[in-house]
Design a protein around this ligand. Structure first.
Ligand code: ZN
Length: 199
């Protein structure tokens, strides 16, 4: 005997495909959703679809945005001479929370990983190079302190150094093998303040 109707089973299946959601949580969320009114469920679904449809990448920094140029890139009070390079849009949120950085960002959308078949061409590196002009004085590489993150940082250093820009790497404070997403604000602030030249 099936435990759920086919449609409820399918819903639980969908939720359990999300990152960090186990079978039990998927079941809880699915049943909660089914207890809501039709209108609430529709509004939930529409919010998801709208977020997906309006999503685009900022033309400058490649961060997720619903505008052609994101709020950070268009903010005249941000320091235009420094770019902080990160792997993932969530890293921008973490670093913004640290309140340590007043420049602009560049989101790579991944890191070089031979084991996963991710090559430099798969990242937003061309877009980064195209941003380097006379106004950019420093590029801080804030990829995670993992093997892939380090490889990517060295690659960026080699790529940008001939363009006459200083390339620095966040260093102290973050645990080796650690993800920026999970770092607290103080650790991140220290890591940024203690950045070092690489390459
Ligand atoms: Zn931007």
């Amino acid at each position: 005997m099936a435990l759920y109707s086919e449609s409820v089973g399918a819903l639980i299946e969908k939720f359990s495909s999300l990152p960090g959601v186990g079978r039990k949580s998927a079941q809880r969320v699915a049943f909660h959703l089914l207890s809501l009114s039709d209108e609430e469920v529709r509004s939930f679904a529409e919010t998801m679809i709208r977020a997906k449809e309006t999503l685009c990448y900022c033309k400058v920094c490649q961060n997720m945005s619903d505008k052609e140029i994101c709020d950070i890139c268009s903010d005249p009070n941000r320091d235009r001479s420094v770019i902080c390079v990160v792997e993932d849009p969530r890293d921008v949120i973490s670093i913004e929370r640290s309140m340590e950085f007043r420049g602009r960002y560049h989101v790579l959308h991944g890191v070089i990983s031979p084991s996963k078949g991710i090559k430099p061409d798969d990242l937003k590196l061309r877009e980064l190079v195209s941003r380097i002009d006379g106004d950019i004085k420093e590029v801080i590489v804030a990829t995670n302190l993992t093997v892939e993150g380090e490889t990517t940082a060295m690659y960026i250093a080699k790529l940008l150094r001939p363009l006459g820009v200083e390339v620095t790497r966040i260093a102290h404070g973050l645990p080796v093998g650690g993800d920026i997403i999970y770092a607290d604000e103080i650790t991140l602030a220290k890591a940024l303040a203690g950045r070092t030249r690489i390459g």
